[in-house]
Design a protein around this ligand. Structure first.
Ligand code: SF4
Length: 643
């Protein structure tokens, strides 16, 4: 019997058994009840076509729990992860391992967003432009040209000598705006198109959330459907889906897009006879109107609601008129060349986006982001359940959503309601870790209100003995950059610890230094609360300053709360509280990453005991053993570190 045939006859329980194929393939494999429970639930849902929402605690082994039933069933499946790193890991490590263990062969493809692939059309365009080639990015452009001659995948991550933020990348990758799609003369060699073709032919396609949602729009760009015929869609890190969906279903226009449009229009006009004469003035008028709008926006805050734009509105109206004039000037020229056709299409889309933003739309919040006048005007839907239902209808598959943090005290309503998952089955898989034995939870007493000036100082003065007992090895997670800076100042004044502070270096650099120097403390804000994995005794203490309620000045959140209030709901209970509970679970989840980890979690927010909702947070955390004092917490760490 072939390996494939043998596997086809394998029962799920056999695969996860102590002497099963996973045990044979993985030296460290141990059967875990939770892993099998999740795999069985997924298998059942795949079989019956029922959607599933499952929280699987850290340590469950959820990747194999969904890969095994998916591979055994053999249906075409899309697997979506939260980040590029996780995508690479799944594609290069977990999937080959599972296939090998099961003795199966499946066509597997990795598909990333378009900005990850070299665009040959743009490379040609900019590579031959002396202004760019001799400018600041000239050297990097040469590197890209040399690499372009031999790359097979065209994935720009291959060229890791060039920083990901280098200004050369936007010049040699495409956006939905500037891609020529079916009109492109490089279509036959296009890396992006090749990757999409491979994805269309594959049994298993590994994508990320943004790309998954972007597929809806891709259907309108001439590339055709990328994710057709999937029998199942597995979404890992599903807690990120509501935010990603909200971002994706947003519309709008930015100063950067308008500037690019002007530059690309003139470049296209220069290559078509007579076009430059007709387009020079409208582009110049657009640039003048844009400059005026940008200078008016200089004094705006970094983010805000539409109502804060009163002074800018006349400038946006002029900008729209200039854009309309450009649309009108481009229209009769669109047939002259592919680039002009593309510019005409983009100008029309941006004009519509600006028009929608200025007019407003029922059910959408209008807000702006601003960086030194470079504005982005956004129209974001408050309800993503509707568009997501449409997405699910277009990919009529079984949807499996899983994450380590989805449930609030065992319930999923906040998540399923937001995503319109009305009939999904729900499952919570408990952690295999022995939290009561491996962890201690300490809530320091007598701390002032978390909004008060000296909250951080008082918290740190209580926590310092625990940090000393651990000899560093701690993450200090803050809900604001202000608190983070204050904590760094306090610790510099009161201790000799090596401090690794979020604002001083990129996240991977800080994490590397943290792992390499066990005596250090890492101080982080938002980006360290999730997706950070430091197993082992290098991380033995996690301190969280406050309950992570989202900033009330976020215009989208504000509008969401208002909408819930106006429809008779309770915005705090339905939105703010569940979001904060999940964020706290994420932050606390940094502490225990494997079965032999141990550590202390310190929560410095007195509201955990003074407010009724505090219990909900505590009930949502893993079952850690509470301690009454810092001395007890310090003793625990010292004892564990000495063994
Ligand atoms: S089809 Fe689009 S991405 Fe591909 S080479 Fe052409 S412009 Fe670039």
């Amino acid at each position: 019997m072939s390996g494939e045939a043998e596997s086809a006859g394998l029962a799920l329980a056999d695969v996860f058994a102590e002497d099963g194929p996973l045990a044979n393939a993985l030296a460290a494999y141990r059967p875990r009840a939770g892993q099998f429970e999740l795999a069985a639930a997924i298998d059942e849902c795949l079989g019956s076509g029922t959607d599933l929402v499952a929280e699987a605690a850290t340590g469950t082994g959820k990747t194999l729990a969904y890969l095994v039933p998916v591979l055994l069933r053999g249906e075409r499946t899309i697997i979506s992860t939260g980040t590029l790193n996780l995508q690479d890991q799944l594609y290069a490590r977990d999937l080959p391992l599972a296939l090998r263990a099961l003795g199966l062969e499946r066509k597997v493809a990795l598909l990333k967003g378009r900005s990850n692939y070299l665009c040959l059309h743009r490379l040609d365009k900019h590579g031959n432009d002396p202004e760019v080639a001799e400018g600041a990015v000239g050297e990097e452009l040469q590197m890209v040209r040399r690499w372009a001659r031999h790359t097979v995948s065209g994935e720009i991550s291959e060229l890791d000598d060039i920083p990901t933020r280098s200004p050369v990348w936007p010049l040699v990758t495409s956006t939905q705006d500037n891609c020529l799609g079916g009109e492109c003369e490089q279509l036959a060699d296009c890396h992006l198109l090749r990757a999409r073709r491979q994805a269309q032919e594959a049994d298993i396609v590994v994508v990320n959330h943004h790309l998954l949602f972007a597929d809806m729009a891709l259907k309108q760009t001439g590339f055709g459907e990328v994710l057709p015929g999937a029998g199942a869609v597995v979404i890992d890190e599903a807690h990120q889906v509501p935010e990603t969906a909200m971002r994706f279903f947003s519309r709008g226009v930015s100063a950067w897009q308008l500037r690019e449009l002007g530059a690309d229009t003139l470049r296209a006009a220069g290559q078509a006879s007579g076009a430059l004469k007709l387009l020079m003035a409208p582009v110049q008028n657009l640039r003048t109107a844009l400059d005026q709008a940008v200078s008016e926006c200089l004094t705006l805050p970094q983010r805000g609601e539409f109502s804060a734009l009163t002074a800018c509105l006349p400038h946006f109206a002029s900008l729209r008129r200039a854009l309309q004039a450009l649309v009108a000037a481009l229209e009769p020229l669109a047939e002259q060349s592919r680039d002009l056709g593309n510019a005409a299409q983009r100008a029309a889309v941006l004009e519509e986006g600006l028009g929608d933003f200025l007019a407003g739309r029922e059910g959408y919040v209008r807000w702006f982001a601003n960086r030194r006048g470079r504005f982005a005007l956004n129209l974001t839907p408050l309800d993503v359940a509707g568009p997501l239902r449409q997405l699910r209808e277009r990919v009529p598959a079984t949807w499996i959503m899983t994450s380590a943090t989805l449930a609030v005290a065992g319930r999923f309503d906040h998540f399923t309601r937001r995503l319109g998952l009305d009939d999904a089955r729900e499952r919570v898989i408990e952690s295999p870790f022995d939290y009561p034995e491996q962890t201690r939870l300490w809530l320091p007493e007598g701390l002032p209100d978390p909004g008060s000036r000296d909250h951080v100082d008082q918290l740190l003065s209580q926590v310092l003995p625990v940090l000393r007992a651990a000899g560093g090895r701690a993450f200090l997670l803050f809900t604001s950059h202000r608190a983070l800076r204050r904590a760094a100042d306090w610790l510099r004044a009161h201790s000799d610890f090596q401090l690794l502070v979020q604002e001083d270096a990129p996240r991977p650099v800080l994490l590397r230094r943290f792992r390499e120097s066990p005596g250090s403390l890492l101080l982080g804000a938002a980006s360290f609360w999730e997706g950070v994995d430091v197993p082992g005794r290098e991380l033995s203490v996690v301190v969280i300053d406050k309950l992570p309620f989202a900033a009330p000045d976020d215009p989208v959140l504000e509008a969401t709360l208002k909408a819930v209030r106006e429809s008779g709901g309770n915005p705090f209970a339905e939105v703010q509280l569940p979001q904060a509970v999940l964020a706290l679970k994420q932050g606390a989840g940094r502490l225990i990453r494997q079965a032999d980890d141990f550590g202390v979690l310190v929560l410095g927010d007195p509201r955990l005991v003074t407010r009724p909702y505090g219990k909900l947070f505590l009930r949502s955390l893993p079952p850690m053993t509470p301690v009454q004092s810092g001395a007890e917490a310090a003793r625990f760490i010292k004892d564990r570190l000495s063994t």
